[in-house]
Design a protein around this ligand. Structure first.
Ligand SMILES: Nc1ncnc2c1ncn2[C@@H]1O[C@H](COP(=O)(O)OP(=O)(O)OP(=O)(O)O)[C@@H](O)[C@H]1O
Length: 454
């Protein structure tokens, strides 16, 4: 007997032929079962697991091709497949191979030929298994670089990252706020040859205009009042590595010109100097804005846009990849519980349903923040009730417009909390109610911003 017996299903409608084939295989110590038609064979694949199916082409009304197609589409396990074709019907053989057969055997065949083709199908099946393991490992590695998500839209992102990681091409990452643009930029850096060099992230909207040039490109001693020593800019600091320019749409016209020059010539000039410095820095830019429109409006240089947009990567909003929500929720539960040394709370089926129903305007960042509060406060309303209540409609949103200039969200939140408290003479219950927030969530935020009521 062989160590692990190989199981073969013989499908043949001619009883004599069937018996003959089964006998040859049994004599070679294979475990053999048989079927006289496609229907019976399908039933058998549902109740037993075979290593190889050896099927005749012509099987009454149906053919071995129908069985092959069924097996390749619906069988719960992988199986080697061989079709026996009538002599001279090479077109059948070609069709069988095209539809996923591992081999074909023209009739009449000799014992040795039958055994050889079985061996070939077994090898093909093993190879497929190994390839699958490899690609599973590969997709797990993709998750290691930080991005969670398995939907086709995220797979497309991984493929793009994979393709460009081995090049030095400039990449523009587009997508709404909180969709993971910075994470994708880091993933790209980590999978590139520059991974052991610096990754420097800059929020272009957050640097004060007056110091922006020196900050990015450096300045010589005495170049401006207060420049008491030579200042190394972020581009220089990122030499041999990657620079990530977030919110690229906020760059001033003068800095746009400097950046364009760097992208064209690979050189920078420190403020107050005439010397050009040649640098080797990969640029990844990102924006939540429609840069095309900004170009049309005259806010963004067209030549710079084309230089940046060599390879665009689009980060899909969370509402367009809903199947990833449970995966992300589980991921954030784990990471936040670990980070805050809390017990792992359990998400119920109802929680998942509500998370799936919500439209996530703040994308993955909002999901992460909600889960973090849920982990810290163990309060369902943090996760779901408030999520659904936000969804109740724009009528609930206060009537004010955002300023054109960038502003600090943290300061704004602190301001809203303090104002709500002032309005209610320091009464925290009333202030929480006014902000449509659970009492616990309100206290958590007061603590976060160290706002005291006395
Ligand atoms: N696919 C993802 N898997 C795991 N975490 C993610 C994913 N996408 C985003 N995040 C997390 O969500 C948060 C926001 O992500 P990130 O800062 O990369 O978004 P962004 O698109 O750059 O946002 P913004 O435009 O506001 O700068 C981060 O904490 C990040 O780790």
């Amino acid at each position: 007997m062989k160590d692990t017996q190989i199981k073969i299903l013989v499908v043949e409608d001619d009883p004599e032929q069937r018996q003959l084939i089964c006998n040859i295989l049994k004599a070679s110590e294979f475990l053999v079962d048989d079927a006289d038609c496609v229907e019976q064979a399908i039933l058998k694949t549902k109740t037993s697991e075979f290593d190889v199916i050896f099927s005749d082409w012509k099987l009454g009304e149906l053919s071995g091709i129908e069985l092959l197609q069924y097996v390749r589409k619906h069988c719960a396990y992988d199986v080697g497949f061989i079709i026996a074709t009538a002599y001279g019907t090479i077109n059948h053989a070609v069709e069988a191979l095209q539809k996923g057969a591992d081999d074909y055997l023209p009739k009449p065949f000799k014992r040795q030929e039958l055994l050889l083709t079985i061996d070939k199908a077994l090898k093909a099946k093993t190879l497929r298994g190994e390839n699958k393991n490899l690609s599973d490992q590969l997709s797990e590695q993709k998750q290691l670089v930080g991005l969670v998500g398995k939907t086709p839209k995220m797979q497309a992102v991984y493929q793009r990252i994979d393709k460009v990681s081995s090049t030095n091409a400039t990449v523009l990452i587009l997508g709404e706020s909180g969709t993971g643009k910075e994470l994708a930029a880091r993933a790209l850096h980590d999978s590139s040859a520059r991974k052991n060099e610096k990754f420097i992230a800059i929020n272009c909207g957050a640097i004060a205009e007056s110091i922006a040039e020196a900050e990015l490109f450096g300045a010589e001693k005495g170049a401006y009042t207060g420049a008491i020593a030579t200042k190394i800019g972020r581009f220089e600091a990122a030499n041999n590595g990657t620079i990530f320019l977030d919110e690229i749409g906020e760059l001033t016209p003068s800095l746009q010109a400097h950046l364009l020059r760097f992208l064209q010539e690979g050189t920078i000039t420190r403020l107050g100097s005439n010397d050009e410095l040649k640098l080797n820095v990969r640029v990844i830019a990102a924006t939540h804005r429609d840069l095309d429109k900004e170009v049309q409006r005259g806010n963004f240089r067209e030549d710079l846009f084309y230089r940046l947009n060599v390879v665009p990567i689009f980060m899909p909003p969370l509402r367009e990849r809903q199947q990833d929500i449970p995966l992300l929720a589980d991921h954030f539960i784990q990471t936040h519980a670990k980070q805050h040394h809390c017990e792992l709370p359990k998400l119920t089926a109802d929680h998942y349903r509500q998370l799936l129903e919500y439209h996530w305007p703040g994308n993955v960042r909002e999901l992460s923040n909600r889960i973090e509060r849920f982990v810290l406060l163990s309060d369902d309303s943090e996760l779901t009730a408030s999520a659904t209540s936000v969804q109740t409609g724009p009528t609930d949103t206060p009537d004010f417009t955002l300023p054109n200039k960038a502003f600090s969200w943290d300061n704004f939140e602190r301001y809203c909390l303090s104002e709500a408290l002032k309005m209610h003479q320091g009464n925290r219950t009333k202030a929480a109610k006014y902000l449509k927030m659970s009492y616990k969530a309100f206290l958590y935020r007061l603590e976060k911003f160290q706002i005291t009521t006395d």
